[in-house]
Design a binder for this molecule. Sequence first.
Ligand code: SAM
Ligand code: SF4
Length: 335
Amino acid sequence: MTANTTALIDPFGRRIRYLRLSVTDRCDMRCRYCMAETMSFLPREAVMSIEEAGQIADAFIDRGVTKIRLTGGEPLVRRGIDTLAAHIGRRLGGNGLDELTITTNATQLDRHADALAAAGIRRVNVSLDTLDAANFRYITRRGDLDQTLTGIRAATQAGLQVKINMVALKGLNEDQILPMMRWCAAEGHGLTLIETMPLGHIDEDRTDRYLPLNLVRDQIEREYSLAPLEETSGGPARYWRVGELGLKLGLITPLSNNFCDGCNRVRLSATGRLYLCLGHDDKVDLLTALRSGGEAAMHHAMDDALRLKPLRHQFEQDMAAGTPSVSRHMNVTGG
Ligand code: SAM
Ligand code: SF4
C-alpha cells in the first residue's frame, strides 16, 4: 500500500510538523500542579499498544511531521518504551524525521538512557522544580531527588543533552530559580521556566501558585544580564542568554504571552485521541478509527481533526476565573 503523504494543514494555514506522543497517563510522581493526590488511571485496554503507537507515529511522519516528542504521564514507566523509541528512531536520518525527543521526570532514566541514545534521541527534557530534597518531595508528593539526579547523570553519560524544565510556582520554588540557573550552568544543562497552566482539577487553587514569568524576569535581571536569542522552537518558548553564566534560558509564558499564531503542533493522548490544542477539549479518536477501519480510516480521521484546530487558547481568562480551561490533566495529553 502506498503511504498517504498529504500535508497536514489546518484552516488557518498552519502546517503540522510536530507531534507530542503520550504513551501512558500513569506516573510514579504526583506533582501538585499536574495531578491530584488520588488519581484514577486508564484501564490498560484503552491505551494504545506499542505497535499501534508506532503505526500512528509513522502515519504522521509520512504526512510531514518532522519532530516527535515522547511524553506522558511518565513515558519511562511504560513497558516497551525502548522498543517504540527504536521503531520511531529508524525514521531519523533522511527517512522523514528530523528529531525524536522525550520529556521525563528522570526517575527511570538511568535504566533507559543507553537505549534512548541508541534509538537516535540526542536531547531529553527533564522536569526538575527544585534542588532542595525536602521541597522536591513536597512538590512531587513522592519523589526522591537523588534518584532524579542519578537519572540526569546517566543521561549525560549516555551522550544525551539534558534540558531542565522548571514550573515556576509562587511560594513554592520561586526562591530556587537563581540557584537552579547556577546549577544548570555549572552542569552544562539548558533551563526552561514554565508558567503553571489551568489544566484539570487539582487539590489546590492554582491561582495561589501562578507566578507570571515577567516578574521572574525582573528578579533575574537584578542579578544577571539577559540577551534575547533569535532562535525559536516554533513553540511557546522564548530564549535568552544569561551573560554571566553562559546559560541558555527559555521562558514559556502560555498565560502572560499568547503564542498560538505559529503553532505547528498536535498532541496524541495515550488513548490515541488527537488533541489539536492543549487548552481545548476538541479531539478525534484515531485509535478507534485505526482499530475499526484500518489505516485509511485513521487518515480520514486525521483530516477531520485538522478542521478542529482552534486559532488560540484562553488560559489567561480561565486562570483569572479560577477554572481549568479543560477538565483533563496534563498527564493525559502530555507536556
Ligand atoms: N512526566 C514527565 C515530566 O514530568 O517531565 C512528562 C509529562 S509532564 C505532564 C510534562 C511537563 O508538563 C513537565 O515539565 C511538567 O512540569 C509540565 N506540567 C505538568 N502540569 C502542568 C501545568 N498544570 N502547568 C504547566 N506545566 C505543567
Ligand atoms: Fe508525573 Fe510529569 Fe505530572 Fe509530575 S509533571 S506528576 S512527573 S506526569
